[in-house]
Design a protein around this ligand. Sequence first.
Ligand SMILES: Cc1cc2nc3c(=O)[nH]c(=O)nc-3n(C[C@H](O)[C@H](O)[C@H](O)COP(=O)(O)O)c2cc1C
Length: 177
Amino acid sequence: MTVLLLYSGHDGQTKSIMSVIAKEISTHTPCEMFDLNAFHNIKLNNYRAVLIGAAIRYGHFNKKLYQFADSHFQQLNMMPSAFFSVTLTARKPEKRTPETNLYTRKFLTKTKWKPQLCEVFAGALHYPRYTFFDKYMIKLIMKITGGETDTSKDIEYTDWQQVTRFAHHFTKNMLKQ
Ligand SMILES: Cc1cc2nc3c(=O)[nH]c(=O)nc-3n(C[C@H](O)[C@H](O)[C@H](O)COP(=O)(O)O)c2cc1C
């Protein structure tokens, strides 16, 4: 049976992270990857395991994540399921665990879905791609939190070795049943 991979992002980093994970998993077992934000009809029965990855935007995950977790938590809790978040706060290593990353901790506390595996990845900062408003807001947040404020910069904070390690861990631990 196939592994279901759902990503929820806006600017492509969560999709890129999920694609790297998909490549690793697919060397062991078939997997299907979909955009959670555009995904409607899902039959979890058709899958042996589920991985969901979501990015933070202005303090929140996309509402589709909350809706999906609300609608499917019972079934998700009965099958191997895992979650990862993508945030800029996680550019600081001490904010890169489910316990120390506030957004992730809050989500996991609130949702009835209890993923067996959880990871936090640092995202990317793409000033040149942002709208005027987003650029201004992100620059402000970066100024407050001691981050990059040069709006000509494109910076990827994602630790790709961490992504690969997580993919191995997922494959080893979630697909053994
Ligand atoms: C408009 C906007 C708002 C964001 N808000 C937050 C935030 O509140 N906290 C945070 O840690 N990261 C925030 N980020 C950073 C994103 O989580 C990060 O850029 C991530 O890589 C986005 O993933 P995506 O490319 O899949 O959308 C924000 C990014 C943008 C563009």
